[in-house]
Design a protein around this ligand. Sequence first.
Ligand code: FES
Length: 102
Amino acid sequence: MDASSSPQLDRLAGPRRGSALTIDVDGEPIPCFAGETIAVAILTVRSWISQDAVRRRGLYCGIGVCFECVVAVEGVPGIRACITLVHEGMFVQTRLDAEIDA
Ligand code: FES
């Protein structure tokens, strides 16, 4: 019996991922998968999501309520990384105190 013939065994086969893609985070290419959020993509390569002049910020609620994870996407600030899905070539800025380039 292969994993595709049984829902129970299918779960044991591991997570299914969307297609592989790359986003740009502060000029660094980060590999990720379609269907993941920006937060997941960033947290695969480091332990924090964004930073300002005072501190680094991470994931707090993870459901879009607290705004702890805000980043700028394509020059638009205030985007919650925990509820925003990645797309190929997405440009993310995580320095909250940096000037936003449109
Ligand atoms: S972690 Fe709370 S809004 Fe993203």
